[in-house]
Design a protein around this ligand. Structure first.
Ligand code: ATP
Ligand code: MG
Length: 295
């Protein structure tokens, strides 16, 4: 079943993000990953079948793997154990939703880059640095960095784009102590996950984490290490000096660059072939990383 948008009249809708619908339930949040696709921060009118389930199941997979490194917001992922009020929505919720603890999200996005690409590559070409971090000279596009780097960005309001900020700016926004903690944690989590993914033939070029305080404890929240929040590259065709084929939305982005669309809403409909290939990429990333077929 494809889900573009949910409606749960029994609960209060807290937020309809680009991809996730969040509802308030008792003192928890019901977080539902829909099949919406966003690219260039614009939501597309056509859902990508199975995308929401891939995002939810892959996040759950990583949250569990990383549990010893970092606490997370998950309370329940089994729809049959959700509160009775949700019983009649079971079909919609199944495999794409979780009950999570309500967090106070930090006002920065915690990005880690192990390879130089995307906005990092653009900044490097202009300044030789990313977020004020000086990088070696002569790097080629998609090169592996000597060490992964923490490159925070702002969390933009709806309709605006996130912007890279310096480490000092990030420390000012979240406070020095919290900054130290999230930068260290982000790098540790990235290193652990990247090593695992590499053993499955996938390079995690970069990724974005979100952290929030639950009570007074810093926890990993939102989604984690999915094709929406990360660039996954197949190891077997990796070659620096050019952009890489990837499992993320790059494929859709390339298509969008090839048509006459100015990247402002409304987004155009996607051809069935592009939808189909995008779906396959999400499923393929899931299969390779977890070694399982999606339920
Ligand atoms: N445990 C949590 N407590 C509170 N908010 C959360 C929690 N986990 C995730 N969120 C928030 O839920 C939203 C997820 O929805 P979605 O990913 O669709 O948003 P988005 O369009 O990417 O917007 P954003 O730029 O805010 O991430 C995010 O705003 C995220 O910060
Ligand atoms: Mg998001």
């Amino acid at each position: 079943m494809e889900i573009f948008e949910t409606s749960i009249p029994e609960l209060e809708l807290i937020n309809r993000g680009k991809v996730r619908d969040l509802y308030s339930i008792d003192d928890l949040i019901l977080m539902i990953a829909t099949d919406r696709l966003s690219a260039f921060d614009v939501v597309f009118p056509d859902p990508i079948p199975d995308k929401g389930r891939v995002l939810a199941q892959l996040s759950i997979f990583w949250f569990r793997m990383l549990e010893d490194l970092v606490p997370n917001h998950i309370v329940e992922t089994d729809v049959d154990k959700f509160p009775p009020v949700l019983k009649k929505h079971r079909q919609i919720l199944k495999d794409r939703s979780m009950l999570v603890k309500r967090a106070r999200p930090l006002a920065i996005e915690c990005i880690v880059r192990g390879y130089i690409t995307g906005s990092g590559w653009k900044d490097y070409l202009k300044t030789g640095s990313v977020c004020g971090i000086r990088l070696p000279e002569g790097l080629k596009e998609s090169d592996k960095l000597p060490e992964p780097i923490f490159t925070p960005s702002t969390k933009a309001e709806l309709g605006l784009h996130d912007e890279n900020i310096s480490l000092d700016q990030a420390a000012e926004i979240v406070g020095k102590e919290t900054f130290e903690e999230v930068s260290q944690l982000s790098l540790e989590i990235y290193k652990h996950a990247a090593e695992y993914a590499l053993s499955k033939g996938i390079i995690i070029a970069d990724t974005k984490f979100e952290f929030g305080f639950i009570d007074s404890r810093l926890c990993l929240i939102d989604e984690v290490l999915t094709p929406d929040s990360s660039r996954f590259w197949p190891l077997d065709s990796y070659e620096p000096g050019r952009p890489q084929q990837s499992f993320d939305k790059q494929f859709v982005r390339d298509y969008l660059e090839s048509i006459d669309w100015d990247k402002t809403p409304p987004a155009p409909h996607l051809p069935p072939d592009i939808i189909k290939k995008t779906r396959q990429r999400y499923l393929d990333a899931y299969r390779r990383l977890t070694g399982q077929e999606l339920k």
